[in-house]
Design a protein around this ligand. Structure first.
Ligand code: BEZ
Ligand code: FE
Length: 286
């Protein structure tokens, strides 16, 4: 085959340039990426003006990124890539709590709270009692599990999106389980909200006729010594956007009933048990 680049041999010629000492994994990943990108351009017979549009889109996506805004992750989320990487690498046995998308609104350092306390600080929204057990696949409670919880406020914004309007750490808290593995705290019944759609990703969604909404959810991250970290949400059953989440994060096992209750502090109750698997996993999945 000619060493000069042409339409027929394009991917091969580019991949041949990789030095033999390139790490095997980088060779595998870049080799496949080049093959797929070249095949894609041939498949759609990409026009020069379309290529320019794509370069401009990616440039604007990069320019939108800052310490507070990660437009590339948002792009990955909206194209289903974040959920696909997670699905491949967090295959868990039946009964274990499933992961979902992490999202851009987790903040390290949220206050440690005592069990039962309220994480909503802005007095907006309907309050909900969140409760359940952190346990293993055999139903044994897990002590000393750290539960990070965070949600939007009743207007559909996270505290970090409105630093001048919301109290710091509004709707965020970290709880640690006792020997019984139980947790309970008060938060709001979350509301559905649009992902930040004032940038290139929002424009793309509009052009594709897609809405930017996520169904209402409470974020959780559960860490316990010896167990796989769980990054997940519980979704509010009955939400209008469950089947069209713009970042494809919904799983049936995470859709949770929010039931009305008589309680001095809360109008709703949401019960969810988190089931963790040992780390490294003992299942047959890899
Ligand atoms: C979130 O749930 O906070 C989120 C996830 C992905 C993209 C944007 C927001
Ligand atoms: Fe969220």
């Amino acid at each position: 085959m000619s060493a000069y680049f042409n339409e027929a041999n394009s991917a091969h010629v580019v991949n041949e340039r990789m030095a033999p000492e390139t790490s095997p994994r980088l060779q595998e990943v870049m080799g496949s990426l080049i093959q797929h990108l070249h095949a894609f351009i041939k498949d759609v017979q990409l026009r020069p003006e379309e290529w320019e549009t794509a370069i401009d889109f990616l440039t604007r996506t990069g320019q939108m990124c800052s310490a507070e805004r990660q437009e590339f992750i948002l792009l990955s989320d909206c194209l289903g890539l974040s959920m696909l990487v997670d699905a491949i690498h967090h295959r868990r046995p039946e009964g274990a709590t499933e992961n979902t998308v992490f999202g851009p609104f987790f903040v390290e350092g949220a206050p440690e709270k005592t069990m039962g306390s309220c994480i909503s600080l802005d007095e907006k929204g309907e309050l909900c009692l969140y409760e359940g057990i952190v346990k293993d696949l055999n139903g044994e409670p897990i002590a000393q599990a750290r539960i990070h919880a965070w949600s939007d406020n009743a207007d559909g914004f996270y505290d970090v999106q409105q630093p001048d309007q919301q109290p710091k750490w509004n709707n965020r808290g970290v709880f640690t389980t006792d020997a019984d593995g139980r947790y309970h705290f008060i938060g709001i019944k979350p509301v559905s909200y649009p992902i930040p759609d004032d940038g290139p990703v929002g424009q793309l969604l509009k052009q594709l006729g897609r809405h930017p909404y996520r169904p209402a959810h409470m974020h959780f991250m559960i860490e316990a010594p010896g167990y796989d970290k769980v990054i997940t949400h519980t979704f509010v059953q009955g939400d209008n956007y469950l089947e069209s989440d713009t970042v494809f994060g919904v799983k049936q096992s995470l859709v949770t009933a929010f039931d009305p209750i008589e309680h001095p502090q809360a109008q709703w109750r949401s019960t969810f048990d988190f089931v963790l698997v040992p780390h490294p996993r003992t299942s047959t999945a890899t």
